[in-house]
Design a protein around this ligand. Structure first.
Ligand code: 13P
Length: 252
């Protein structure tokens, strides 16, 4: 299984900044990326088209959307559809990111519709999950992960591991500089693996589980060596081509 090294640029970068960053990134990773790694970039919507045009034809960088609305088209002011992302050469999309859950107030019902509709539309989906500090301190880690993974229960198992990844991002480690410790990551990823195997008895062990939360060049090699860690989803450090290229190549 290829490790997935993903950059989530959130609401950062103008078109020019995004193009400059992706071109520098491409120049530093393209000839060095091991064949068992995949690199994804999630620009803001407004820069996807320019970034796509700036990538070379055989680029090792794939693009994704940070969000979409679960309909093909329609009167949904301010939203964009999976087809629109596919039209801009996106192959992936994030669903259920912590900032969408906690800032935009998206919960399981819409998250479930997005996973379902995004997959049907032909996007690969990275479902983001993770507990708040309060939930962790109340001993609710397993309960929260189970609830967040329950949105997958009605999906067909057919080839699901090629179309779905999970990103475990503890909310208390996002943008705080506080990375979860190796023991905490191993424990949570082990729980996620078991929950995935309960939903998908055949495919559950093959679904990639990415870690996210204050990933940096100097902690990536250790994080991706932990059991059941199949890649990283990076916010802050991914905004800099030099830092993210070190992350993408870490330990290789
Ligand atoms: P940071 O890497 O800035 O902690 O953000 C993590 C994240 O939310 C990636 O989706």
């Amino acid at each position: 299984m290829k490790k997935c090294m993903a950059a989530n640029w959130k609401m950062f970068k103008t078109k020019k900044e995004a193009v400059d960053t992706v071109q520098q990134l491409e120049a530093s990773i393209d000839s060095n990326l091991p064949s068992d790694r995949e690199v994804l970039v999630f620009p803001p919507f407004t820069a996807i088209s320019a970034v796509s045009d700036a990538l070379s034809e055989n680029s090792s960088i794939q693009l994704g959307g940070q969000n979409f609305y679960p309909a093909s088209e329609g009167a949904y002011t301010g939203e964009i559809s999976p087809e629109m992302l596919l039209d801009l050469n996106c192959t992936y999309a994030l669903v259920g990111h912590s900032e969408r859950r906690h800032v935009i107030k998206e919960f399981e019902e819409i998250i479930s519709q997005k996973v379902d509709f995004g997959l049907q539309s032909g996007l690969k989906i990275i479902l983001c999950i993770g507990e708040t500090l309060e939930e962790r301190n109340q001993g609710k880690l397993q309960e929260i992960l189970q609830k967040q993974i329950s949105v997958l229960q009605d999906l067909s198992e057919d080839n699901i591991s090629a179309r779905l990844d999970i990103a475990y991002e503890p909310v208390w480690a996002i943008g705080t500089g506080e990375v979860a410790g190796p023991g905490e990551i191993q424990e949570a990823h082990g729980m996620v693996r078991t929950l995935l195997q309960n939903v998908f008895p055949e495919e559950g062990e093959k679904i990639r589980i990415l870690y996210g939360g204050s990933v940096k060049p100097d902690n990536t090699a250790e994080i991706i060596s932990i059991d059941n860690v199949d890649g990283v989803l990076v916010g802050g450090a991914s905004l800099y081509a030099d830092k993210f290229s070190q992350i993408a190549l870490a330990g290789s």
